[in-house]
Design a protein around this ligand. Structure first.
Ligand code: G1P
Length: 276
């Protein structure tokens, strides 16, 4: 069973300055809901209720968002505006939130390793909130949990990208598992390779199920791309032992870490939710 979801949320969000000077990038809204709330709701939809959030300095708005706000609630009680708080209150009631701070910005791998005291020795999910996913029937994480139950190893979500974008993502190579065209046995992974070195056009998106041995591997992983400790590099050791499966995500995915992706997500949800 997967009981905990880790949300690395310590990055500076420099691409969104000045908006992210005092507001964590994970709290930027798509319409009226912060990115991190979409991510938490995706975990809940996958039956995960323990949220472990890796934060950093200047991120206290995250803790306040996932907590009761007595003053606001008492102001709105009995008014027509009370329902605006329904969705977030449901989230708060159903989940526990634990926080830990990443002490230095040493990359996604280091952020995940910082979460070890919150996770302990059990398999766990990871969601990168700036990769916003939408789905019709089943969300990516639920599918990945089913795969974890079957294969008992790390599971990563991938999607096909135009090969010229290979230097923006972790890229995987692998072979399809028998009778399936959306599940792959991963043989290798490379973080943000140039187009010439990209082994495929299958890019990692921000959804992972990781087995807890990843923490020891991360401790031994030396800085890679951009001088940072990369989760992609740590996954190579597991892949070499046949312990990484990739799942091709079929829904919509927006890279809300870029202005273009953020804008596309806003337009998409505006249309979907009837705001435009
Ligand atoms: C991270 C990972 C990368 C992955 C991407 C998905 O990169 O390192 O392998 O493809 O998330 O969004 P980042 O976007 O943090 O640079």
């Amino acid at each position: 069973m997967i009981n905990k979801c880790l949300f690395p949320a310590a990055g500076y969000g420099t691409r969104f300055l000045p908006a992210t000077k005092a507001v964590p990038k994970e709290m930027l809204p798509i319409l009226i809901k912060p990115l991190l709330q979409y991510a938490v709701e995706e975990a809940i939809a996958s039956d995960i209720y323990n949220m472990s959030i890796v934060t950093g300095r200047g991120k206290r708005a995250i803790e306040d968002h996932f907590d009761n706000s007595f003053e606001l609630e008492s102001q709105l009680r009995g008014t027509s505006k009370e329902l605006y708080l329904d969705e977030i209150k449901k989230v708060i009631e159903h989940c526990t939130f634990s926080y830990i701070r990443q002490r230095h910005m040493k990359g996604l791998g280091d952020a995940i390793l910082s979460g070890e005291p919150l996770i302990g020795n059990e398999p766990f999910a990871v969601i990168l909130a700036d990769d916003l996913c939408d789905y019709v029937d089943v969300n990516a994480l639920s599918e990945m949990i089913k795969l974890y139950e079957k294969f008992q190893c790390s599971i990563i979500a991938i999607h096909e990208i135009p090969i010229e974008h290979s230097n923006k993502y972790g890229i995987v190579s692998g072979i399809p598992i028998k009778n399936s065209n959306d599940i792959f046995q991963v043989s290798d992974l490379i973080e943000k390779p140039d187009i010439k070195k990209a082994p495929s056009n299958m890019a990692i998106i921000g959804r992972y199920i990781l087995t807890p041995d990843i923490f020891d591997i991360l401790r031994k992983t030396t800085p890679g791309k951009n001088g940072e400790i990369q989760i992609t590099d740590a996954l190579v050791s597991q892949a070499k032992k046949g312990k990484v499966i990739a799942y091709k995500f079929k829904g919509k995915r927006f890279d809300c870490g870029t202005i273009e992706g953020y804008l596309n997500a806003t337009n998409y949800f505006a249309k979907k939710l009837g705001f435009s």
